[in-house]
Design a binder for this molecule. Sequence first.
Ligand code: AVJ
Ligand code: FE
Length: 427
Amino acid sequence: VKDTLRQRFDAVREGTLQLLDLVADGAFDSQPDPDFSPIGWHVGHVATFEHYWLLEQCRGDPPLPDEYRRLFSPLETPKSLRRALPSRTEIMEMLGDVRARVLRYLESGRADPSRGLPDDERIFRNVIQHELQHSETMSLVLHMHDRPERPEQTPLLAPGEAGDTPMVRVPAGSFLMGRDPIGDTYDNEGPPHRVDLEEFFIDVHPVTNAQFLGFLSSGGYDERRCWGDDGWAWRCRHNVRAPRYWLARGDGWLARGFFGDGALRPDHPVQSLSWYEAEAYARWCGKRLPSEAEWEKAAAWDMSASRSLAYAWGDQPPDSSRCNFERAFDGTTAVGSFGSARSPSGCFDMNGNVWEWTATAFAPYPKFVPYPYEGYSQPYFDGQHRVLRGGSWATRGSIVRNTFRNWYAPATRVLFAGFRCTRDADG
Ligand code: AVJ
Ligand code: FE
């Protein structure tokens, strides 16, 4: 057990450091979007979070110096004050020092049950998951910084023959939603519980750029009937005309990429749009967004075996032959590229490629038990956040699992997030 944890810690950190290698000094403490902290803040936060849970709460070490503890606490320092950071070297040193102490703690056999938090493997695994999540947020912030245009790319000029996405039927009946929140699983993914759903149809793959261009070109952004009240108010206030990372060039579009701006690929999933834009598209084509439960059933429920799969393809951990994750392709891939990763219902790209907005507001499952602290999920059960599922091309490790619940405010546009649509069986 100790070795596996150690290996997990090493592998996760290696990926974090690889990402940080791509970050220029100027991008370390700058804040391209006021809703997101600078990359350097995330690094410090990862270190102080690990220090707090493993060294202070489990081992009983004294806290970090007050100014560090305060600066890197999301509750105590507002996003507008997170640019005044210690030097990059200092933050990186803290990151390494904390980890070195945690690894020594692991070696030593651990466990002082008189401490506030039981020293079990779950908290270690939660700390690993926490770093994985912040690693994606760092990629989001890195992606916001301007980058060069790649001149050889040609913009996509016309909607082309977009076509509608084929749908599959998911029969009525109950399935087991969520999983036991142990090991790598967060508190909000459990407890597992039966959910009964009507029959529905769901798109076999996420909505593509070509399809979304169809909505845009036909005036969808100006068609009031496609938008909900909040969405319409938001669209008008910000004069939104296209997904955030679509760049108008002449008559066509480029798309912002991780290493430079390039062609908008017609057969890739659309990303960088808000929940409001996803909802408007769904209405435009007479469909709707799936509920979170519908999404999970379509991704995970193996009706013939009467059980939920951890990933669309089964229980084996993700790798690049099964899905697009961990920046293996540094961007989206064409929908349906991973043929062997079809879910039992027949859906592609359920794990990785783009996060998918669902219709559902983030809320606790019945008999939810917070862990390790109330503040991880509870403050966001406020009706103001929508659940996203499945993970993106930048999501790391097992977080692309079927039960993982991500959440953001519906106006958030900078996520590596798109969507797929659903409709009622008799709709
Ligand atoms: C679930 C991605 C919205 O980044 O605020 C990180 C995850 N929680 N540290 C966030 C999280 C505590 C959370 N999101
Ligand atoms: Fe955090």
